[in-house]
Design a protein around this ligand. Structure first.
Ligand code: ATP
Length: 222
């Protein structure tokens, strides 16, 4: 069973008088089959938490293990392989490539990874996300909400065990937000994935299997 564990993690930015403790003594556990929400106000440390969970930043103290392997003990190459094969990111900036159409954004992953979704599965996913008619469009022809849904579809295309999503519903209206969260919840439950969603959006709280709150860098389970 896949799992992600934070053991007494601390993250400090800067030094001396500009030292800032962004995360303090974080203990967290996620297992396959769970949709987990991490809520908290702006600047509380949610994105920092998510990027450490995905190995994009390293903790200043404490340990993060993925499937029993301590992320920081892996060589850079192994960390990159783990990220490519196991983790799908949905970042706030969407990170879409401006000169590729929607369908080309997905196919990019075919260059670096096998066992991505089949065409049929992908069409189903695009349909669920209301993106079927947008496949030939470029990012600058899409609204914020459409870009956000493309970023979600792209993260799911590689069929990762873990999905780490930073405010995936920020640009969406209530109906679309609930559709996206339902989709993520079904993926967690039916395909046994670990899905961690960082959000301000308290409308989503009832949909999760576990909810954590971060305030001023300190995490508690609600
Ligand atoms: N690279 C960095 N260097 C210095 N300080 C940083 C860095 N990254 C984040 N911080 C600080 O750490 C704190 C937590 O930031 P973080 O982005 O994790 O918050 P957040 O909860 O995701 O906020 P938001 O909801 O607004 O995105 C903030 O005060 C931020 O200024």
């Amino acid at each position: 069973m896949a799992n992600l564990i934070f053991d007494s993690v601390k993250k400090v930015f800067g030094e001396g008088s500009s030292k800032y403790v962004a995360l303090e003594n974080i203990n967290f556990k996620a297992e396959s089959g769970q949709l987990i929400l991490v809520v908290g106000p702006s600047g509380s440390g949610k994105t920092t938490f998510l990027t450490i969970a995905g190995g994009l930043q390293t903790p200043s103290e404490g340990e993060v293990t993925i499937n029993g392997k301590q992320i920081t003990s892996l060589y850079k190459k192994e960390q990159t392989k783990l990220r490519l094969e196991k983790i799908g990111f949905v970042l706030q900036s969407y990170n879409l490539v401006p000169f590729l159409t929607v369908e080309e954004q997905f196919k990019l992953a075919d260059n670096v990874k096998e066992n991505n979704l089949t065409d049929k599965e992908m069409q189903e996913l695009l349909s669920d996300l209301g993106l079927l008619d947008l496949q030939k469009k470029y990012p600058n022809e899409l609204s914020g909400g459409q870009k956000q849904r493309v970023a979600i579809a792209r993260a799911l295309y590689t069929n990762p065990d873990y999905i780490l999503a930073d405010e995936p519903t920020a640009a969406l209206d209530t109906d679309r937000s609930l559709t996206v969260i339902n989709l993520l919840k079904n993926l967690a439950h039916e395909r046994n994935k670990i899905i961690i969603v960082v959000t301000h959006d308290l409308r989503l709280k009832d949909m999760a299997d576990k909810v954590y709150q971060i305030i001023d860098g300190k995490m508690t389970q609600l």
